[in-house]
Design a protein around this ligand. Structure first.
Ligand SMILES: *Cc1c(COP(=O)(O)O)cnc(C)c1O
Length: 854
């Protein structure tokens, strides 16, 4: 499906004027001094690192600003179709280095600063991560912004400007503590433009009455206005002088509206009121995949959707007279269910504000919206109580109610009498509004994020929708940006690759496949090994400084970094380490390659078991790291406060990537792709994009184990799994499981009781015991492979070579061509012909049938 569309377009050469045409070292150096003076009134000698960082960022922003203005001028002239990507999360991380790289001025900058005795790296460390997301979902949104800008498409993000990002994690006595992530310490963010003139009023509460004179009108009254003020963050394209924007909304009080006495507000409570309203965008909900009936969360979702859509339609109408052109000129994408109120809000705007009739409004809405599903975990499929929606958003609820009535009538026509089916597909059922159902009904296209995930959607959670409208469903496997995750975060590897095959891969990631023949070149493999060693030394230095632990850089760096969640099975990894430790205690001379196990990740504050998992990892780490009997063959680390910047440090230094979710539970994963692109070998289940990684790299270059998704789903459906059988028959397992509660760890005997119970009393929902034996065997194979360094490096290189397909550029060209049907040429992510790509990727499509469930 993909290959046909991918090559449909000619390469797209943006014709934006270039700035700065050639920035010289001395110009930049002088400009930096001036920036420092005007921003802080200081000379170089007196300025702090933070002030120097700000000066450099400000200088960089001034270059970006010119490109932004040029881009917008050109867009007004060309009037291309625009994409708006609505997402409750954007996990940007730091921007300075990426912006320098994308502007093509990183090298000049390094030289200019070094003439002033400043190391660029030391300034980069001053930047706070913009952590406006929980994990993969938000990082994906950020990767796509980068790809859209790099590929020259008019694509923008719409999100919320949370006052506090995802909490800062600190570990004390092995436990997670959460602190506010005060990323806006100075009230402002260096990259943003505040645009108060473009503020939008969002209405909450109130009542709706109808007025009929010829036509029915809906009058919304007695509502409360919250002002949404936009802050635009520029998104810089790679060396194409193009700048898109991420528009983040912040809640503010219309001060004039809240004078004493108005809205029943007493004078002394105006301040309190102001605070209550502005707290709407204070925090990002850190519950990753748990349903929480928090009204504030619903308010945030509507605030994002309403402000974004009102502003999109307002801009559209300034340029276009004919509303009917909307789907030709605008594509609005719903990233996961959080922004699905977009369906009803767009209807509201078209009907109430633009005076269209229902049928026409519905047709425009459906043709403008598309929706990506990101999870099959039942607890993460959002539902809101009817009475909550009705009170908070009365007009929106009326519209949803009407959509539901019409949708159910339509279903009745197709399935007369089939109440069960209609009930299972209704948007409103059992006094709840099903957000995923609303998103499906109101979108022209629905996609999953990896082949197997889309298959599971079609076969299980969305089966009835798929049967009803099969053409709506499609797959677009996730991707990551090679510009951040390879070019910027692993510069030594990027340079080695460019030396070998030229720099085309930066814009055409499929070019990485040209590395494949080098897997037989011993000298090249040695260079590859020394790049890895360099990165490991850098991480080891960080670990020593931050955690006071010395790790052996010749050990296998085995990383498991992602949100802590039962389905991601950090505990299976723990069990394997406990097993290795047991083997070494029994036989200290055991000849195994030394290993450093690295964990990182945050647990949602209300997620008891995940927090206990962190304590378990840290307790195990203490025990192992302080046991001299095992001769430093094992080290275990939990790196605090996992975020984008830490990922950028850990991934280039890793030999092994742990992707061991219970098959069928991980929709795609993107961490797996970042590791692959940096030459780590995957040990993983056939889940999410791991399957496509295996297909791309070939089964010989990955370590696969465990139940298949099909087997897991069959157990969920039919039962028949009893963990006690395994506990009683495999002594290795019995030993480990008992150690959770028998005093083996120096903690209260009930500390890990919940883990013990989950495995035995509650049926081991995530199949840890079931998959243990094959996981251990896969680790054994991995250890054997590592002992042949030449072979290992060749495998590593093949992983890099075949990672181009997992570029966000590929993903994006699929979205652009197949879902958003952009009216401008979509650039290639691959310069070679499909035949060539197949030739250099012999692994691709092998065992493709694995992805299809029977
Ligand atoms: C990539 C990334 C994730 C997603 O990782 P998965 O392994 O796919 O769950 C989460 N957090 C951060 C900071 C990331 O960079």
């Amino acid at each position: 499906m993909h290959t046909n569309t991918m090559y449909r377009f000619d390469n797209f050469a943006p014709h934006y004027t270039s700035y700065p045409k050639s920035l010289t070292v001395s110009e930049l150096r002088d400009a930096f001094i001036v920036a420092l003076q005007s921003l802080h009134g200081k000379t170089l000698n007196c300025a702090s690192k933070q002030e120097k960082f700000e000066a450099l960022a400000w200088l960089t922003k001034s270059i970006i600003s010119k490109n932004l203005i040029e881009t917008q001028k050109q867009r007004t002239k060309d009037d291309p179709k625009q994409v708006y990507y609505l997402s409750i999360e954007f996990l940007l991380g730091r921007l300075l280095e990426n912006n320098l790289v994308n502007l093509g001025i990183r090298e000049v900058c390094v030289k200019a600063l070094s003439e002033l005795g400043i190391e660029l790296d030391s300034l980069l460390d001053q930047e706070e991560d913009a952590g406006l997301g929980n994990g993969g979902l938000g990082r994906l949104a950020a990767c796509y912004l980068d790809s859209m800008a790099a590929m020259g498409l008019a694509g923008h993000g719409c999100g919320l400007r949370y006052r506090y990002g995802l909490f800062e994690q600190k570990i004390k006595n092995g436990y997670q503590y959460e602190y506010p992530d005060n990323w806006l310490k100075n009230q402002t963010y260096v990259w943003e433009y505040r645009r108060p003139a473009e503020k939008i009023a969002v209405r909450f509460g109130g009542t709706v009455r109808t007025q009929t004179n010829g036509k029915i009108r809906f009058i919304h009254e007695n509502y409360e206005n919250v002002m949404a003020v936009p802050y635009d963050v520029p998104i810089v394209g790679y060396k194409n002088q193009l700048v898109n924007t991420l528009r983040l909304w912040s809640a503010e009080v219309d001060v004039d509206q809240y004078t004493c006495g108005a809205h029943g507000v007493e004078c002394n409570s105006v301040i309190y009121y102001k605070h209550a309203i502005e707290s709407l965008t204070d925090i990002l909900y850190p519950d990753d995949s748990h349903y929480e009936g928090k009204i504030l969360r619903l308010k945030q979702q509507y605030f994002l959707v309403s402000a974004s859509l009102q502003s999109i339609i307002r801009n559209f109408r300034m340029q276009h007279d004919v509303l009917q052109e909307l789907p030709d000129k605008i594509a609005i994408h719903i990233n996961d269910t959080h922004p699905s109120l977009a369906v009803a809000e767009l209807m509201r705007i078209l009907i109430d504000d633009c005076c269209l009739g229902w049928d026409e409004a519905w047709s425009l809405t459906v043709r403008t919206l598309s929706y990506t599903n990101h999870t099959v975990l039942p607890e993460a499929l959002e539902k809101w109580p009817v009475n909550m929606l009705e009170q908070l958003l009365p007009r929106i609820y009326m519209i949803i109610h009407e959509i539901n009535e019409r949708y159910c009538r339509e279903l009745w026509n197709s399935y007369p009498g089939d109440w069960d089916r209609i009930h299972s597909m209704a948007i409103i059922a059992d006094d709840q509004v099903h957000m995923a159902h609303l998103a499906i009904a109101g979108s022209h296209t629905v996609n999953g994020v990896a082949e197997i995930h889309t298959e599971i959607l079609k076969k299980t959670v969305m089966h009835n929708f798929y049967t009803y409208t099969p053409d709506k469903f499609t797959n677009v496997t996730n991707g990551i940006t090679q510009r951040r995750w390879l070019l910027t975060s692993n510069p030594k590897l990027a340079a080695l690759i460019t030396d070998a095959i030229g720099s085309n891969w930066i814009e055409y990631p499929c070019d990485l496949a040209k590395l494949a023949p080098l897997s037989k070149d011993t000298a090249f493999l040695e260079d590859l090994a020394s790049v890895k060693l360099h990165n490991k030394l850098k991480l080891a230095k960080y670990i020593k400084e931050k955690h006071g632990i010395i790790v052996d850089v010749h050990s296998i760096f085995d990383s498991h970094i992602k949100r802590i969640h039962a389905y991601k099975r950090q505990c299976l990894n723990v069990m394997h380490i406990m097993h290795l430790y047991h083997c070494l205690r029994e036989n200290p001379q055991l000849d195994i390659p030394p290993r450093t196990f690295i964990f990182g990740g945050k647990a949602a504050p209300g997620y008891y078991k995940a927090k206990k998992t962190i304590k378990l990892i840290n307790t195990l780490a203490d025990k192992i790291n302080n046991d001299s009997a095992i001769h430093n063959k094992l080290k275990v680390l939990f790196l605090e406060n996992y975020n984008v910047s830490h990922a950028e440090l850990i991934i280039p230094a890793s030999d092994v990537s742990e992707q061991i979710s219970t098959a069928s539970r991980e929709a795609s994963g993107t961490g797996n792709m970042k590791f692959m692109m940096n030459g780590a070998l995957t040990i993983g289940t056939l889940d999410g994009a791991n399957i496509e990684i295996r297909n791309a790299v070939g089964a010989d270059n990955i370590f696969v184990f465990g139940l298949s998704a099909e087997e897991v789903l069959a157990y969920y459906r039919r039962g028949g799994y009893n963990p006690w059988d395994i506990y009683n028959s495999d002594l290795r397992i019995k030993t480990i499981v008992d150690q959770l509660v028998n005093g083996f760890f120096p903690v209260d005997s009930d500390e890990f009781r919940s883990h013990y119970d989950a495995l035995l009393r509650y049926g081991d929902e995530y199949f840890l015991l079931k998959d243990f034996a094959s996981y251990v065997a896969a680790h054994q194979q991995l250890a054997d492979a590592y002992c042949n360094q030449n072979r290992w490096q060749a495998m590593s290189l093949l992983n890099i070579a075949h990672s181009g397909w997992f570029s966000g550029d590929r993903t994006f060209s699929e979205y652009a061509a197949e879902i958003w049907t952009m009216d401008q040429p979509i650039p290639l992510w691959c310069q070679c012909l499909p035949e060539d790509y197949a030739r250099v990727n012999p692994g691709r499509d092998v065992n493709h049938d694995q992805v299809i469930l029977s």
